[in-house]
Write a new protein. Sequence first.
Length: 103
Amino acid sequence: MHSTTRRSAIRLQDAVASAPTLARLSQLAEESTARLLAIRPLLPAPLRELVRAGAVDEAEWCLLVPHNAAAAKLRQLVPALLIHLQGKGHAVRSIRVKIARER
């Protein structure tokens, strides 16, 4: 005879909420996405689809772009982006631009 063990499925949100580390990672991912949505209207049209939200911590936020040309243009915009984010209540003191080539 086979012993049948029934596992109950839990929702992803419940799993995240019950694990402090996952909850913190989820919170940081949401903050990074919110920041990207806040700055997207300020980006030139050709850059909007290239820029991706990266890691975020208390003071620094990372933006990911696929190539050097996009990184150079984005770095020119960093001062204006910082002012805009701070005006929207995001606690960011610096933005780092990183090239992350697609595989």
